[in-house]
Design a protein around this ligand. Sequence first.
Ligand code: AMP
Ligand code: ZN
Length: 114
Amino acid sequence: MSDCLFCGIAAGEIPAKTVRESSRAIAFRDINPQAPAHVLVIPRAHYANLAELAAAGDGLLDEVATLAAAVAADEGVADGGYRVVFNTGPDAGQTVHHVHAHLLGGRPLEWPPG
Ligand code: AMP
Ligand code: ZN
């Protein structure tokens, strides 16, 4: 999608601090981190939200989740714990409509979130 920020990052047209990649997904640091470890994991292809990604099938959602777990290990938060969040829709505050998993860790995380 030509006017999508995260499509631009996936294409290498918009700079990002990439931390890990797989064939169909990419992980990069959030520009406004909310925790010591805050990484976004996206499919390279454009899907607007989690429902669209899940409907894509072919293991793509698994690949995003697997990449998130690998990043958690890289970031040193796998044992201490971390959170993976797909903000979906206006009530959840989704601002970028290219599906992304937030990986957050490195500090105690409150539950429930605000
Ligand atoms: P959400 O509100 O769940 O849609 O999350 C969008 C996230 O994208 C926010 O946490 C932003 O800080 C982050 N973000 C926006 N622009 C960029 C960018 N150019 N590079 C990295 N992260 C970004
Ligand atoms: Zn996109």
